[in-house]
Design a binder for this molecule. Structure first.
Ligand code: MG
Length: 291
């Protein structure tokens, strides 16, 4: 089928990026596969066992849980997962115990302790990590330079604890409407590189990336070895496939870096979830195959 001009440009750009990645790096990157996950609240069900059974039937590989109720939930989740093929992808915590980046040392200390406790739970559950937003807009009076220094001073201790218990903090860049402090995957990866700890990693969210990133593929390539989780949502933050948002460019980036972790739904839904979620799963698997 002949390509239109837009497709031709997109295809040439993809070849260009692939060529720019050193051949040795491409050969050594392990083969990726699409491990699909969803935040638990998106899947309609009476309880956790019913939710897991439905997700398994719909073709999911993992479930992402909220950060509330821990450490108590470890037992409930371990029991339920024993009867399921699904694994815990990540714990989505946001700002447990308050913002990590803040002018008040007591606020910072409380956040560090809450994050450490969740990292221990993530290690027990063999989750990819704990999703953290350093500070939402309005949660600190620190300017950007001060805020970055505060975060860089706190991350080594968090990373050390994470490495000990088998858990990782996953820094999540958001769009400027929610968090000016951290918007770009490359910036999050640069922070991880600076800390250089197996307990400190980052993630990307297709919804925020659509607002902030000049290129999905470029953003994931910048994330590189520090990228350990991905959130999926359309442009309008509903299910992938429910609007024009394309995922193939980002998925190409994930394949290029040999991504081994989960891509997890974090979105609303237009219409009946029982019908629309299986459609989104099929759409995403098709986008992955095309990428
Ligand atoms: Mg997100």
């Amino acid at each position: 089928m002949p390509m239109n001009r837009r497709e031709l440009i997109a295809a040439s750009a993809a070849v260009g990026v692939a060529a720019a990645v050193p051949a040795r790096a491409r050969q050594s990157a392990p083969k990726s596969k699409l491990l699909l996950s969803s935040q638990e609240g998106i899947i309609p069900a009476r309880d956790l066992p019913e939710r897991l059974a439905k997700m398994e039937k719909w073709g999911f590989d993992g479930i992402e849980v909220g950060g509330g109720g821990f450490p108590g939930r470890v037992e409930e989740l371990t029991k339920a997962l024993a009867n399921s093929k699904l694994k815990i992808s990540a714990i989505c915590a946001g700002t447990p115990g308050g913002p990590l980046v803040n002018e008040n040392p007591d606020t910072r200390k409380k956040a560090v302790e809450a994050i450490k406790e969740l990292l221990t739970c993530a290690g027990e559950l063999k989750a990819t990590g704990v999703i953290i937003v350093p500070a939402f807009n309005g949660q600190t009076t620190l300017n950007h330079v001060e805020a970055r220094k505060v975060l860089m001073d706190l991350l080594p201790e968090i990373g050390e604890h994470g490495a000990k218990v088998g858990g990782r903090i996953l820094l999540e860049p958001l769009n400027r409407g929610e968090a000016w402090f951290l918007r770009l995957l490359a910036d999050a990866a640069a922070m991880c590189r600076e800390v250089n700890s197996p307990g400190v990693a980052m993630m990307g969210d297709f919804y925020h990336m659509n607002i902030e990133e000049p290129s999905d593929m470029g953003a994931f390539i910048s994330g590189g070895k520090w990228l350990h989780h991905v959130h999926l949502a359309s442009r309008k933050r509903v299910l992938p496939g429910q609007d024009e948002r394309d995922f193939t460019n980002g998925f190409k980036g994930l394949k290029l870096i040999g991504y081994q972790d989960y891509c997890s739904l974090e979105c609303g839904c237009d219409g009946d979830r029982e019908v629309e979620i299986p459609k989104a799963v099929k759409f995403l698997r098709d986008q992955w195959a095309k990428a």
